[in-house]
Design a protein. Sequence first.
Length: 181
Amino acid sequence: MERPQILRRATKGFTLIEISVVIVVVTLIAALMMPNIMAMKSSREARNFLSAIRDLSVRARTEALNHGETMAMTMDPTNQQLTVAVDSTETDADKNIASLKVPEGTTLQTYKIGTEDSNDASWKVHFYPDGRSEGGGFEINQANAVQAFMIREDGSNRMLMGNYPDLTSEKWQAGDYVKRQ
């Protein structure tokens, strides 16, 4: 007895169901990874901003030393940017040297000039031709993580984790020393 032969077509390629399953799996993987990719991007932008603030302060000090002119680092609350400019009393317009835009999701708060409180509109820290500064800084709030940016009186800067420290206790008042008997 002979069996009848069934004719089979040679098929090449994938069925519609197989392609659909692959597309669904790839879409699910992409959807699961997207929040992580976005978080990495915002984290990178935050780190770059912190580094750029330090660079802006160094540039203000360097420009003051190189050009023999007082430089001012200010905050423009309208445009949400930090600016370094020549601080000139002779002309009404300051000459901008550099600026840095504050990224979305980041707020600057608790402004200080020296040890005195200030606000964003009046915050202005000077860098003098001898490399010194009056000091000051502000807090940077990024996703509820607070860091303090400090400009020291010698013109250097540093970034601290947490709130801006109280610097009033770091200065010794004249006459506070008592001679030992």
